[in-house]
Design a protein around this ligand. Structure first.
Ligand SMILES: *Cc1c(COP(=O)(O)O)cnc(C)c1O
Length: 373
């Protein structure tokens, strides 16, 4: 069989990620590959670090992109901060909280959970009670922006609680970074990971992380080596943090990092706060149009993520048929419900470059037609 080159269709990506990628980012990724220890590449790595500090609103020295998707950023945080026997309090209000439990267990830790209904935020007072009841807990882990439901939890209050109870916080910001307010230093978040394919609008495959001084000290004070060689941050730091004397750890995904660099340059051009505001504005436009069509949102407006809209499927509507129609007739991708919400909601993403008025109009037009049929 002779296989010819692959040309993907032109889609508009309004699901839970990946989101639309700007041509500038794609063009950056098509530039010539250079050596990953080339002084020019090292210079670019330093710029990425600075730009990530800007996006996370942090001065943390340990701020870098992990060469693997968001799930690997998650695993890196748990692998470095959890030792066998450690108790970790995990907040579950959707799919990604459940994955955190899986990570704790596989690191040999013991997960204690606080469970909240899908579609509601993490209950801060319940977390406080659990921390009081379990004083030996060392780490509090939660998801800032639950992509499976479209809920924003109060990261500031939760990180404050962690500090008051002498815990480190692990915060999933895969969907929140650049889409809603996130203040790593001001809120006192300790171990924070994200992804490139949500509100940064890059192709998937990279996971920016940042660690506070307290988190770094905890890694340095470990009794056991990190069980994953690749994810051991004390080794990765020699590559990313070694200044001119960079030691080989692994070969960085050179062209993927060109793309991340360009997307962060674009974020800086727009301004982080302006990006948050644009996501809020586009959500407002989507909400008004969807409600005018008689559609309801799963999540209360007070804790709704502008970048991930869970829209309830009206009675009698074949949700999968609607998604197929949007894809086939409009080249428009939206997401299905996940886990407990499968068959109950569509997930409509307004992430990064996808958060623009033409996309909102396209969605409203397409959905109006599909529901009319
Ligand atoms: C997408 C996502 C992840 C996982 O990222 P991948 O790049 O798919 O591995 C983790 N947490 C949240 C909240 C996400 O939305």
């Amino acid at each position: 069989m002779t296989v010819s080159s692959f040309y993907p269709p032109q889609r508009t990506l309004m699901g839970p990620g990946p989101s639309d990628v700007n041509p500038r980012v794609l063009a950056a990724m098509a530039r010539p590959t250079i050596g990953h220890l080339d002084p020019e590449f090292v210079r670019m790595m330093d710029e990425i670090k600075e730009l990530l500090q800007y996006a996370f609103k942090t001065k943390n020295e340990l701020t870098l992109p992990i060469s693997a998707p968001g799930s690997a950023g998650m695993e890196t945080c748990f692998a470095n901060l959890v030792e066998p026997g450690d108790k970790v309090l995990v907040c579950i209000n959707g799919v990604f909280g459940m994955r955190m439990v899986e990570n704790v267990t596989r690191m040999g830790g013991e997960a204690i959970t606080v469970n909240n209904d899908w579609g509601t935020p993490v209950d801060v007072s319940q977390v406080e009670e659990a921390l009081i009841a379990n004083p030996e807990v060392r780490v509090l882990a939660f998801v800032h922006a639950e992509t499976s439901t479209g809920v924003r939890s109060d990261a500031q209050a939760l990180c404050k609680l962690a500090q008051a109870h002498n815990c480190l916080s692990i915060v999933d910001t895969v969907t929140s970074l650049a889409g809603v307010e996130l203040q790593v230093d001001e809120w006192g978040c300790d171990a924070v990971y994200s992804g490139t394919q949500k509100c940064l609008s890059c192709p998937p495959g990279i996971s920016p992380i940042t660690m506070s001084e307290k988190a770094v000290a905890a890694i340095q004070a470990r009794n056991t080596p990190v069980q994953s060689w690749f994810q051991d941050l004390s080794l990765v730091m020699g590559y990313w943090g070694g200044g001119a004397k960079r030691a080989y750890h692994h070969t960085a995904p050179v062209n993927a990092l060109y793309g991340l660099h360009e997307s962060l340059v674009m974020l800086q051009e727009e301004g982080l706060e302006n990006s948050w505001q644009r996501h809020a504005d586009m959500h407002g436009m989507l909400r008004d149009g969807a409600e005018a069509m008689g559609l309801d949102f799963l999540v209360d407006e007070s804790c709704r993520l502008p970048q991930l809209n869970s829209i309830c499927i009206p009675d009698g509507v074949d949700e999968a048929a609607v998604r197929s129609q949007l894809l086939n007739d409009y080249d428009l991708e939206i997401g299905a419900g996940l886990g407990a919400l499968a068959g109950k909601v569509w997930r409509v993403g307004l992430m990064g470059q996808a958060a623009k008025a033409t996309n909102v109009r396209l969605f409203l037009d397409a959905m109006g037609t599909a529901l009319g049929d």
